[in-house]
Design a binder for this molecule. Structure first.
Ligand SMILES: *Cc1c(COP(=O)(O)O)cnc(C)c1O
Length: 434
């Protein structure tokens, strides 16, 4: 499979190059040149297949030409060391729980897959690889934990000082080893700019082997489609998969993008809802047809505080820049902080189900937007205990902290502070490489 850039000015790349480089030379995002359709027979008996069997079929369709089957199946098996169950919340709305991985958030799936694929592609090169990742919370922990201890790879996690919850922070600042946490005096967008500048810096790229692990990497976003196929299979087994609406709480739009790819591969989803917090650039695009990036606003669902979602370029490309077609498949919703709190509280009272602030955006959007004949599934993208104070305030009672989360909190925080200037960041990278 070849991958082209959404900006159309870079040469096509093979999978290895797309995964190792992350971003194309023209700053575009890589897209597979074909989206393979899965056969009707697969969907007819999908409910009889396990999550891993489904995921291996999907992975093979994308990566089968470039990765030997035994390696690919091993990578899928190691990635899915935990389940992504579909749990009923109301009689018509199901939660796709994506928080059962090591860092309790959905990014574990993509990050674990990417770490293993990257290790496969670089194991023979003998050259150290530096992964740069900007995080507004959960990306950093998922990537850092996905790569922890992988030989030949060093990870730099850049995060906005004071804008990440203490629990999130502990998940990437306490690891040590091949993980360096960089605490930037600035916003998430500043962190993302530092990373993007590093990738475009010819001098730095001559000296160091750099790669990205943000949701722009094809090895991170494509595997996220696994759990949408699996959700469909589990709902089909319950006889609930007709007129299915999938709602994705969105920030950089990598997760929604992988759901859209699943539909292109044949997954019978009627339509999608993109739930935003007050960072409503995509919502506004759906209303007006104009994409106008804005500075991000801090909200209770902070992993969705993104003012210029990077995967917009992929969605735009996937629908051939056709606003009408995008609107036909995807509707939007904006959920304020007050609504997040009210939704967590109401859902707990009515359904005895504890939402996290991101899942609350999804649940609110699908509760408001679902038509009578439809069944809805929303992504519960993080465990509520990761946002303890918000959730406890909303439900008025304590939330149990899972053991794997408590273990991070006991670790010692180690970070490198950074003012936010690019030259300082570059110095840091060059120094620690020598
Ligand atoms: C990253 C994240 C999101 C947003 O996902 P995107 O793929 O960036 O749209 C939503 N919820 C949580 C908990 C996240 O960590």
């Amino acid at each position: 499979m070849k991958y082209y850039s959404t900006n159309g000015k870079a040469p096509v790349a093979d999978l290895r190059k797309a995964v190792v480089k992350g971003l194309a030379e023209d700053r575009g995002l890589y897209m597979p040149e074909r989206i393979p359709a899965l056969p009707q027979s697969f969907f007819e008996r999908i409910q009889e297949l396990s999550f891993t069997e489904i995921a291996c079929t999907v992975a093979n369709a994308f990566f089968g030409e470039d990765v030997p089957p035994e390696v690919l199946n091993r990578i899928v098996g190691e990635t899915l060391a935990f389940d992504c169950p579909v749990v009923p919340v109301t009689d018509r709305i199901f939660s796709l729980e994506l928080f059962h991985g090591p860092t309790l958030a959905f990014k574990d799936v993509g990050a674990r897959f990417m770490a293993r694929l990257l290790a496969f592609f670089t194991k023979d090169s003998g050259e150290a690889l530096n992964v740069l990742v900007a995080t507004s919370g959960d990306t950093g922990s998922a990537v850092a934990n996905g790569f922890l201890g992988v030989p030949g790879i060093h990870v730099y996690v850049l995060y906005p000082k004071g804008k990440v919850s203490p629990i999130q922070e502990s998940q990437f600042t306490t690891l040590g080893g091949n993980i360096t946490a960089v605490e930037v005096a600035g916003s998430f967008d500043d962190c993302q700019t530092l990373v993007k500048n590093a990738f475009m810096d010819a001098e730095l790229n001559d000296a160091l082997h750099l790669t990205s692990a943000n949701s722009i990497n094809v090895a991170r976003f494509l595997p996220q489609s696994f759990y949408f196929f699996n959700a469909y299979a589990r709902l089909k087994a319950l006889g609930r998969a007709d007129r299915l609406v999938v709602c994705v709480p969105s920030g950089n739009f990598g997760n929604l993008c992988s759901a859209l790819f699943a539909k292109r591969m044949g997954l019978p989803v009627s339509r999608f809802i993109a739930a935003n917090n007050r960072n409503d650039v995509f919502y506004q695009y759906l209303q007006t047809g104009e994409y106008v990036p804005k500075p991000s606003i801090q909200t209770l669902a902070n992993a969705m505080d993104v003012g210029d979602p990077s995967n917009f370029a992929r969605i735009y490309d996937l629908y051939e820049k056709d606003w009408g077609r995008i609107r036909a498949d995807i509707s939007g919703a904006v959920v304020t902080d007050d609504e997040i709190l009210a939704t967590i509280s109401a859902c707990y009272k009515s359904n005895d189900y504890v939402l996290d602030p991101h899942g609350a955006c999804g649940f609110k959007a699908i509760s408001d937007g679902l038509r009578p004949e439809e069944t809805g599934v929303f992504c519960e993208t993080a465990h509520p205990a990761k946002f303890l104070s918000t959730v406890e305030k909303a439900i008025g009672s304590p939330v149990a902290i899972p053991d794997r989360l408590a273990a991070f909190l006991k670790g010692e925080k180690q970070t490198v502070p950074l003012s936010g200037s690019y030259s300082e960041f570059k110095r840091l990278l060059l120094q620690s490489a020598t």
